[in-house]
Write a protein that binds this ligand. Structure first.
Ligand code: TXA
Ligand code: MG
Length: 367
């Protein structure tokens, strides 16, 4: 089977079962030989390498331009594989695994020595996840090893939700990308640390804090906002939290709040920016789309449908780059349940956040 190549990176894009089998065999061999292979998960595309091979893992950091102090998530095919990587799997971890694996939940656990330091950026813990995308599971099984995989983007840019996004960032830097179509969740997994009691939310995602608390029958800590602001005194519990992320090339203004005040603020800002003559891109809800005009508009979904907003968000941020907009204005969404993950990513993408000040006005905050 001849697969197409982009700058030397193989595009393994199977269209039937037989091709899928061939693509998986090829991708698994590349991984076993220490190469980098991007693959689909239900959240975003991952950039995979053998988690136990330090040289292969070093390749991930190099290809992405990722800071060496930001640890990777290790992907496994089932909880049975977790025992070989984690020194201890507390009962609450087994319980969460029963409810949410395979699926978009990552658990931080004490690591065993077999996991190389480079994979965990020197931490004594390891982040584990069983993805639910069938191709991801088949690939882990075919390669027959745990796969370290951060999101398959250049560090700092929006996470990729299609194989085309991966190629746009990494063609020529990785051996292959396995194409499984667009990702269904669209935002990275929820990260929960089980090193503390109660456990702590480090990154919000599709599995919400409320869902985890319902299963554990107790409150967990929300540390997902700690250490995220520049100059913060707290060391971030998850090194990835301190980096600006998901940012398109143009500066993004995020207007938080709701209802009429938010709409008036959006209007004032978009009109002001349009007058400066800069090419403007808007990220809006279904409900607001007819109130504003701009050369580029991306509709994320209804304010009542955060799952759709989540699925489209990174795609829409990338569209802003493709359309070469010079400045972006984004509508903020309600921060509840899955909306928390959406707002977490939007804030990390924002250069400026415009937030209700509680006194009827808005304050401007550097993102
Ligand atoms: O959905 C996802 O999680 C995707 C797909 C590919 O599985 N992966 C992903 O990886 O988003 P990445 O590298 O972009 O984000 C991993 C996050 C970072 O914030 C990192 O700091 C945190 O997980 N992390 C990894 N290992 C950790 C550890 N031992 N302790 C605390 N945080 C950890
Ligand atoms: Mg990432």
């Amino acid at each position: 089977m001849q697969w197409p190549q982009v700058k030397g990176t193989l595009l393994l894009s199977p269209h039937n079962d037989q091709q899928e089998e061939k693509a998986l065999v090829h991708a698994a061999r590349l991984l076993r030989e220490g190469n980098l292979v991007a693959f689909p998960t239900e959240t975003v595309y991952g950039l995979g390498a053998s988690a136990l091979n330090p040289v292969a893992v070093a390749g991930i950091f190099k290809a992405k331009g990722r800071p060496a102090d930001n640890p990777l998530i290790v992907h496994i095919a089932g909880i049975e594989q977790a025992y070989a990587l984690a020194r201890e799997i507390p009962p609450e971890a087994s319980l969460l695994a029963r409810y949410f694996w395979p699926g978009p939940l990552t658990m931080v656990l004490p690591k065993r020595q077999i996991v190389p330091d480079i994979t965990t950026a020197g931490l004594s813990s390891v982040a584990l996840r069983v993805p639910s995308h069938p191709l991801a599971l088949k690939l882990i099984r075919a390669a027959d090893m745990p796969i370290a995989a951060p999101s398959a983007n250049i560090s700092g840019s929006p996470s990729p939700t299609t194989a085309a996004h991966v190629l746009a960032d990494l063609a020529g830097r990785i051996a292959a990308v396995l194409d499984g179509g667009p990702c269904s969740v669209g935002l990275e997994s929820t990260v929960i640390s089980l090193l503390s009691s109660p456990p702590a939310l480090l990154r919000p995602g599709w599995v919400t804090q409320e869902m985890v608390e319902r299963v554990l029958k107790r409150h967990i800590l929300d540390l997902s906002n700690l250490g995220s602001s520049e100059g913060s005194q707290e060391p971030p519990p998850s090194p990835g939290m301190k980096y600006r992320h998901y940012a398109p090339k143009a500066p993004l203004f995020l207007v938080e709040g709701e209802g009429e005040p938010q709409r008036r603020q959006l209007l004032a800002l978009t009109e002001g920016l349009a007058m400066q003559g800069r090419k403007l891109g808007l990220l809006l809800s279904e409900e607001s789309k007819n109130y504003f005009s701009a050369p580029v508009k991306e509709i994320l979904g209804s304010r009542n449908d955060p799952a759709t907003v989540a699925r489209r968000l990174f795609y829409a941020l990338r569209r802003m780059d493709y359309q070469k907009v010079e400045v972006i204005v984004a509508e903020g969404f309600e921060e509840k349940e899955l909306g928390k993950a959406v707002m977490n990513r939007l804030r990390k993408a924002a250069a400026t956040i415009i937030r209700p000040d509680g006194k009827g006005g808005f304050s401007w905050i550097r993102g």
